[in-house]
Design a protein around this ligand. Structure first.
Ligand code: ATP
Ligand code: MG
Length: 237
């Protein structure tokens, strides 16, 4: 009987150690991910305020130089105008890249505004009709907001790249202590198992990140019937 009690105790100790290790693993994973997001935030600012502002200054200087050239100097004027246009395009690309790295709206106005912005800009860029339905949300910590934003961003990227869809519904609701993000499209669909194990870093990365927050990723789809991605994360106590 004593042996059995000792064995039970050993088993319990092992289980406790396993749970402690698991918690530590999650804590470390979240810390790595936080550093990555901080780095993205810094890069986004640097691109916007540093490179972006310099490009704006170059554009203005070129315009000022063009204005001093005589009308007769048509070749030089045309070359300068083409360079100004190139500067403008590069400036737009830089701003776009900066917003993709870390949209300021997420830090300034929070998840709901960021998701609405994402839907609008992705919808315009990919000619998709993206409806957004967001329920009443409790205050969410910054990590959880970033996590859900990144899931939505990857889901919409996938739709633009693979789905051949025309409309999308993005829903965020809280139910029974869980926060659920759903992104459903009416595109060509896929084999969910193959998609989750395709070697692409998108869905796999999303699933790993959700696991760090004790959440899960589900993919429901059949060929020709669209795809529904669902991320579920427990709300912290
Ligand atoms: N909404 C969707 N409609 C149709 N197929 C999809 C959809 N989302 C994902 N897939 C399929 O699942 C595969 C895996 O997606 P995943 O995001 O992991 O990788 P990827 O988009 O190909 O590459 P990455 O995200 O690393 O740039 C895709 O290659 C695509 O075939
Ligand atoms: Mg992808």
């Amino acid at each position: 009987m004593d042996d059995l009690a000792a064995l039970r105790q050993q088993y319990q100790d092992l289980l406790d150690r396993l749970q402690r290790n698991e918690r530590e693993f999650r804590r470390l994973g979240r810390a790595v991910w936080r550093v990555q997001e901080d780095e993205r935030r810094r890069l986004a600012r640097e691109l916007h305020d540093g490179v972006g502002q310099n490009l704006t200054a170059i554009k203005h200087r070129l315009a000022a130089i063009t204005a001093t050239l005589p009308e007769a100097n048509a070749d030089a004027r045309a070359a300068l105008e083409a360079t100004i246009a190139l500067c403008g395009d590069t400036l737009e690309d830089t701003r776009q890249l900066s917003r993709l790295l870390r949209p300021p709206v997420l830090d300034d106005l929070g998840l709901e505004a960021a998701l609405r912005w994402l839907a609008r800009s992705q919808g315009e860029a990919s000619a998709l009709d993206i409806a957004v339905d967001i329920g009443q949300l409790p205050p969410l910590d910054a990590d959880l907001q970033t996590l859900l934003f990144r899931v939505a961003q990857e889901a919409l990227n996938n739709i633009a790249k693979h789905a051949e869809a025309s409309s999308v519904l993005l829903r965020l609701v809280v139910r029974g202590g869980l926060i659920q993000l759903q992104v459903a499209d009416d595109g060509r669909g896929c084999d969910p198992d193959a998609a989750l194990h395709s070697g692409g870093s998108g869905l796999g990365g999303m699933r790993e990140r959700l696991r760090l927050y004790e959440g899960r990723l589900e993919l429901h789809s059949a060929t020709g019937e669209g795809t529904r991605l669902r991320a579920v994360v427990p709300l912290p106590d």
